[in-house]
Write a protein that binds this ligand. Structure first.
Ligand SMILES: Cc1cc2nc3c(=O)[nH]c(=O)nc-3n(C[C@H](O)[C@H](O)[C@H](O)COP(=O)(O)OP(=O)(O)OC[C@H]3O[C@@H](n4cnc5c(N)ncnc54)[C@H](O)[C@@H]3O)c2cc1C
Length: 366
């Protein structure tokens, strides 16, 4: 069995395969040189140095696994049952699953994320604690959940912080409008300069340093640090021409088997599959808890085969803390018919609450 992607989904799938009694050869290919690590601190405590590198490591060893770090899958031969890795050596197998993660989305005319003082919060290779430095001007490009976490962390540590986002209400697509509007209020109360309905057109750089950003209306914002939080795109280019269907990631059936092969399953941020709550519409879920559940189901269904496979029915679930307020979501808050913010008696911490549609329905188009 070959698992492509050596982080959360890959590690958990390997652990589940062994836990379910799979005693065949198990190879995990990971193009990063790190052992599996959790990403959620990267937009929170890791930015300020409060969370150290060693604390990111995913707990638990998986017995008898060949872990190939720094090995990138570049192709797959479905008929020959082989995955090709970057060094050109084929890695043959009798069965294999595909579980690999997304890459940060690029989109600016300037240099890509991760260079020139622009931090890409997806990578552990970034220096820990970039927000520990004295107060600086921080521009966060993208006001979704990760951008919101980064901005809240930055402003809390005394940085002059701006969020630039093209939508009316950043995070509305993830949290639903009512909660997103409340979060916007919290951002502004904390002192963040939120620029909705605005895009960054360009990065201004000098040598290896970033100097600022230019907005689409021509406004220039000086910056000492620019954080790209513009979302991800599934890392599936290497599957082009393989016979597997690619559509906003690896297209899978409800059992997580890939469309086009019963020998491939998907789990984690990279795949999409139909969800019953969406009336069978396919969706990608990019959440920590969902990833672990999908990895467990993918392992079970890979071993059992499609005939006895269970469909994915669990609701997506995520949690985070922003400006000290805890957010927990189960399901698809963006589909809520109604939304409201429910305050705890002390009003120090609101309990955010969205009402859900009673029956399956389609998502509104983006
Ligand atoms: C900054 C940040 C903050 C987050 N915060 C939260 C949070 O608060 N709550 C929450 O629920 N979720 C959060 N998430 C989401 C959560 O971390 C992801 O859902 C989870 O990491 C998905 O795991 P994964 O294994 O599918 O993908 P990843 O963790 O991205 O791992 C995929 C791995 O596959 C490798 N890979 C890709 N292509 C190849 C290839 N061709 N060959 C070999 N290897 C390959 C990648 O390099 C990577 O190591 C956050 C994510 C980020 C980035």
């Amino acid at each position: 069995m070959v698992i492509v992607g050596g982080s959360l989904a890959g590690h958990h799938a390997a652990a589940c395969l062994r836990g379910l009694g799979f005693d065949g050869s198990l190879v995990v290919l990971g193009d990063e040189r790190h052992r599996p690590y959790d990403r959620y601190p990267l937009s929170k405590g890791f930015l300020t140095g409060e969370t150290q590198r060693r604390e990111l490591d995913v707990a638990g060893e998986v017995p008898d696994v060949v872990r190939r770090l720094g090995a990138r899958a570049t192709g797959v031969d479905l008929a020959g049952r082989a995955v090709v890795v970057e060094d050109g050596n084929g890695s043959s197998s009798t069965d294999w699953s595909s579980l690999q993660g997304p890459t940060a989305r690029r989109g600016l005319g300037g240099p890509g994320p991760g260079r020139l003082g622009a931090a890409d919060p997806r990578g552990r290779h970034q220096a820990p604690g970039p927000l520990r430095a004295p107060a600086r001007r921080v521009v966060v490009v993208g006001g979704g959940l990760i951008g919101a976490e980064v901005a809240a962390t930055a402003v809390e540590h005394g940085h002059h912080t701006t969020i630039v986002d093209p939508s009316d209400v950043p995070t509305g697509r993830t949290l639903g409008r009512a909660v997103a509007e409340h979060l916007l209020t919290l951002h502004r109360a904390a002192g963040i300069d939120v620029r909705p309905r605005t895009r960054v057109r360009d990065l201004e750089t000098s040598g290896r340093l970033v100097r600022g950003v230019t907005l689409d209306d021509g406004t220039r914002l000086p910056a000492d640090l620019v954080v790209m939080a513009t979302g991800t795109q599934p890392n599936v280019e290497w599957l082009d021409g393989s016979g597997l269907r690619l559509a906003d990631g690896l297209d899978c059936r409800a059992t997580l088997h890939a469309v086009g092969s019963d020998r491939v399953v998907g789990a984690g941020d990279v795949f999409r599959a139909p969800h019953p709550l969406l009336g069978g519409e396919s969706v990608r879920m990019e959440h920590w808890a969902s990833t672990r559940r999908q990895a467990a189901l993918a392992a079970e269904n890979m071993l059992g085969g499609p005939a006895s496979a269970r469909p994915l029915t669990e609701l997506p679930e995520f949690g985070t803390t922003i400006h000290g307020a805890r957010i927990r979501a189960v399901g698809f808050p963006q589909l809520a018919d109604r939304g409201r913010v429910v305050w705890a008696p002390s009003r120090t911490e609101p309990r955010w609450c969205d009402s859900f549609a009673d029956r399956p329905r389609s998502r509104p188009s983006r």
